[in-house]
Ligand binder design. Sequence first.
Ligand code: HEM
Length: 525
Amino acid sequence: MLSPLYITILLAVIYPSYQLYNSLRYRLQARNAGCSSPSKYRHKDPILGLDLFLRRIESMKLGDTLALDQNLFDTYGKTVQTNVWGTKQYVTMDAKNIQTICATQVDRFGSAPMNNAPCKPFLGDGIITVDGAHWKHSRNLINPIFARAQIAELSTFGSHVRRMIGKIPKDGSTIDMQPLLKMLFLDSNTEFIFGESANSLALETSSVIARRLPAIFDDALKGMRKRFVLGKLAFLAGSDKEWLGKCAEVHAIIDGFIEEEIRVKQLAKRDELSKKSKSEETPYSYVLLKELVRATDDKIFIRNELMNVFFPARDTTAAMTGNILFLLARHPEVWNTLRKEVLAVGEQELTFELLKSMKYMNAVMSEGKSFIRRPLTDDEKLRLYSLGLRLLNPVARSWKTCTQTCILPHGGGPNGDKPILLQPGDQVDMSFASMHVDPDIWVTDSRKFKPERWIGLKHSWNFIPFFGGRRTCPAQQNVLTDMSYVLTRLMQEFKYCENRDEYKNYVEEFVFTKESRNGVKVAFL
Ligand code: HEM
């Protein structure tokens, strides 16, 4: 039997030799491919990179994760090599590198290596946690449902918005819009995804199960987040038993919805349909659950997809709409300009087509494609949306893992202008938040509201709040339509939106998405 001392000595020799061998082999391959290494983060803990991990946790506590990224990029350049739990991770804000990962070399990167292990017990194998053929199958099923839903569902969404507006004080007293917006989007998303609204804005308790779901879901989500953040040290998150119990509770509720929908489908087949399913009772014409049950009888597959859509839907749109209101309340001149255009619509019904046809609203929604080369008119300041998505996007970054040897075009060598060789297993951490305030792209005052900055700027890959390439958010159009609907209705109803928050600056709160730690305290007059 080997003594502990002997094992320690052996490890002390083997580990550095193994590292040295890998490093020499990598350097040789990189040189042969004409690549250079990027700047390396100077870790105090070169084995697990614990020091940088602790800095990241600290920046989250302070509510300013961008500051840490900025510090990294200012010190090391736009792409920096770091160590995350013993794995090489390239943190980048370089638009060309991001484009390579999302589009040109997309087949060489995957989401599953990082997402699947920590998320599978809760989310299962679905669109977010898988790659390859399985992902393609999920995406092909889901894409058309989102496309149809965005056109069909505004009148139903309108009834949720009406309820929300009914809860806003009309006497100018202060209200925190963040929780109200969360209720709004919870109600509409649960209706679209499960066919049963949580009805959190309604007085009546119409669905106990749907009402319970968000709270248990959030509990289980916390466990998943801990495991995701801890990576290889996920065992530190504590007993899996309690977490798995919560996951099972969520699954049981969703399985109930699925069973009911399948039963109705079978009855319909036998022409014995006496009762409508819950999803058919909702006014939504396209319910994700119903469409999935139509496509397959595989209950686990259906549950996984529902979980994988409810997870990104949970709070993102509410956080984003809240962030835009946060800015509007601090920029009354922009509120006024935006309202002028909204009022010009008159009494017309707010259809998808109308919202799309509104000149400035349309300019806002096609953001990322259009490109203005003349001074902006006042109305073009409506591009505030892009400010919201640029500065306060709830999804600030994305991680992927390299699955096949690949070359990133920038970031290597002392000037950062040489390509970098990536090997299978290397991770990339793309900071959109930093790219979206990069002074090289947005010029001076890149963190300030300054619509004139759009003059002469080409920003296709410089501005990707919904990601880019084939894994772009499938809900992008739905989200933009819903947000413009909510803002239009608020502007039709109220003349002013006044900031009532003693804190002027935005402090982030990160769960999986970024929202305002101090809420969105305003008064509508
Ligand atoms: C303002 C709101 C939203 C923003 C900014 C946003 C942004 C994003 C981003 C950046 C990604 C790529 C993530 C990655 O690969 O790392 C993504 C993916 C995704 N989003 Fe959204 N999202 C929003 C709302 C929603 C909503 C409401 C839903 C569902 C109803 C949704 C469903 C999805 C799904 C299913 C994916 C995975 C796509 C795939 O991997 O193929 N998102 N979103």
